[in-house]
Design a protein around this ligand. Structure first.
Ligand SMILES: [Zn+2]
Length: 452
């Protein structure tokens, strides 16, 4: 807290120096004035700023006392906090041809301040959707999309895997999604071809491949911490995939934490980014009764069919003979430790909640994931970095995930300070999505219309 007070007093000096300057506005501009800016490139708050948004970009940020801006849409930001829009790096846009279904998911993200998503299960229609979003014809977050899944069923041979890589590259997908079930040989062919045609690959680490081979092959991101626990278990060669369970849940008790440092070192040295999707583990795999999640208010946005699927998925997992409460808790604790250590050792972390998937509702889930990052030991600022400035670094875009002049105008306006309490990220007053203002009223009406 002291740090922020210091920030405020510094800002008072800044205000007095610059208050004579002003912003000249034109039709179509948006100005958010008197607002506390959290730029996210450093841990600080810039008090009493006016932020001018023009043509989808942040044009000017200025400390000024003026609140009169002719012709512009003027938003009073007094006592509010403006930060970059959030990115969900492990999103699922329904891989169906149904545009309405896809649009609903996009709106859930946008209404929650998620202005950028990476779709983790592609479909040819997603390419069209990406263009419609870019052109402003569909309201939704910026959309990075994988192609259809590479898995044990879709890839039967090394040649076929290589061919699929070339096809997806030619089709214009942003990256390849790796799923379980791929053999070592087929994976090697996919990875080699991906390198040749220059398309990144990301996602799961197939059990047969293992995390060390995945690191060597140069994953863009490893998601779900997949393969991490497996790499900590001595004698993993004799463990079957079934025994291993989801993300090593079945063998977490046997993990040797002395093996964590070399894993982190290799991830860092090879510039592999990590998307933990801890929300999936904390909600689906945790020994918590499904009723706790069934009754969460955001479940209203999922269809009854989806809700009962999720309930079944959780109950089936928890009722399976191999499920053990203590082992599940140990598994979750080990994952939290891994997340904390990844952050401490400077491995790039990116926020991903894996929604819509078991008890993770698009948009809402990203806020839960922020909380789970803090529960794992990250500070609120570090957790927010995973959803903002880290994303810019990952994408090699200095204009994404920060509030600064020249950056894209993807912003979220909060009523309470998220650096004090990460759960304040849900106090959304409005969102700027690619330069367009989504008011509290728009958010409420949109959410109302999406109730199932
Ligand atoms: Zn997923």
């Amino acid at each position: 807290m002291k740090k922020y007070l210091l920030g405020f007093s510094l800002l008072l000096i800044l205000v007095s120096c610059t208050s004579q300057k002003n912003i000249s506005t034109a039709a179509g501009d948006i100005v958010i004035h008197s607002v506390n800016v959290i730029p996210m490139n450093n841990e600080r708050i810039l008090a009493n700023q006016s932020v001018l948004i023009r043509n989808g970009k942040i044009e000017t940020i200025l400390a000024t006392t003026s609140t009169q801006f002719e012709n512009a849409l003027v938003i009073d930001g007094k006592d509010k906090y403006l930060l970059p829009g959030l990115t969900e790096m492990h999103a699922h846009v329904p891989p169906s041809g149904n545009m309405d279904e896809m649009k609903d998911v996009l709106l859930l993200f946008a209404a929650n301040g998620v202005t950028n998503i990476r779709g983790m299960l592609g479909h040819p229609k997603h390419l069209e959707l990406r263009t419609l979003i870019q052109n402003g014809e569909v309201t939704g977050p910026r959309f990075i999309t994988s192609g259809p899944s590479f898995n044990g069923n879709s890839v039967k041979s090394a040649e076929q895997g290589a061919e699929m890589v070339k096809q997806q590259k030619a089709a214009g997908y942003d990256f390849l999604k790796i799923h379980p079930g791929i053999s070592k040989e087929n994976f090697a062919s996919i990875a080699q071809t991906a390198k040749e045609v220059q398309i990144p690959f990301a996602g799961h680490v197939p059990f047969d491949v293992g995390v060390w081979r995945a690191i060597g092959a140069g994953y863009a991101t490893i998601d779900h911490l997949d393969g991490f626990i497996e790499s900590l278990v001595p004698g993993i060669e004799s463990v079957t995939e079934k025994e291993n369970g989801m993300f090593g849940m079945g063998i977490a008790m046997r993990a040797d934490t002395n093996k964590i440092p070399p894993l982190l070192k290799a991830l860092k040295e090879n510039n592999i980014w990590v998307v933990p999707t801890q929300a999936l583990a904390e909600r689906w795999m945790a020994p918590i009764e499904s009723a706790v999640f069934d009754n969460a208010p955001e479940m209203i946005y999922m269809s009854p069919g989806t809700r009962s699927q999720w309930q079944n998925a959780k109950n089936n997992l928890m009722n399976a003979p191999a499920y053990d409460k203590d082992a599940a808790n140990h598994f979750l604790e080990l994952r939290r430790k891994l997340i904390y250590e990844l952050q401490q050792k400077g491995v790039g972390l990116l926020l991903g909640a894996d929604a819509p998937q078991v008890y993770n509702v698009p948009g809402f889930a990203s806020h839960h994931e922020l909380k789970y990052m803090v529960d794992a030991g990250l500070t609120p600022f570090e957790a927010l970095q995973t959803a903002t400035v880290n994303v810019g670094k990952f994408l090699n875009r200095t204009d994404i995930g920060v509030v600064k002049e020249g950056a894209v105008a993807d912003l979220v306006l909060l009523n309470q300070n998220p650096l004090e309490n990460i759960q304040h990220t849900t106090t959304i007053e409005g969102v700027v999505l690619n330069g367009k203002w989504l008011s509290k009223q728009w958010i409420n009406e949109t959410l109302k219309s999406l109730e199932k």
